[in-house]
Design a protein around this ligand. Structure first.
Ligand code: HEC
Length: 110
């Protein structure tokens, strides 16, 4: 009977460990990575401080994931969103497709 308890305890420990491993793998949006991408790609036109206007682009601090995906991937805006500018000068960055949540997390930081 004692041995059964021990086996159960070991199983439980293993189950917990593997669950933790999964959490590690499925990592959520990473604002630090978003910041690196922002500084590498966006500040040609937007400001290094995203709450200020840049050389060409408007301030984009706090931009929603929906807005970023529409603008960065499709050159569009979410329905009912009122764009800050009427120009259409910004190119798309399809290579950032999987990284938009990181950029949104960075831009959401206080
Ligand atoms: C070549 C210059 C340029 C680069 C690089 C650039 N943008 Fe822009 N961005 C603009 C301009 C100009 C606008 C104003 C609308 C337009 O003309 O397309 C804009 C508008 C936006 C808007 C819409 C703001 C609003 O509320 O109306 C978002 C969001 C945005 N940019 C995000 C980004 C992100 C994120 C990156 C980096 C991945 C980036 N931009 C890189 C020039 C640029």
């Amino acid at each position: 009977m004692r041995r059964l308890g021990l086996i159960l305890a070991v199983c439980l420990a293993l189950a917990l460990l593997s669950a933790c491993g999964e959490v590690e793998e499925v990592k959520g949006p990473d604002p630090a990575r978003g910041r690196r991408l922002y500084l590498a790609t966006c500040i040609v036109c937007h400001n290094t401080n995203p709450s200020k206007p840049g050389s060409q682009g408007p301030p984009i601090k706090g931009s929603s994931l929906e807005l970023l995906e529409a603008k960065v991937l499709r050159k569009t805006y979410p329905p009912d969103y009122k764009p800050q500018r009427t120009t259409n000068a910004m190119p798309t960055y399809p290579q950032l497709r999987k990284r938009i949540p990181d950029i949104a997390a960075y831009l959401a930081q206080p």
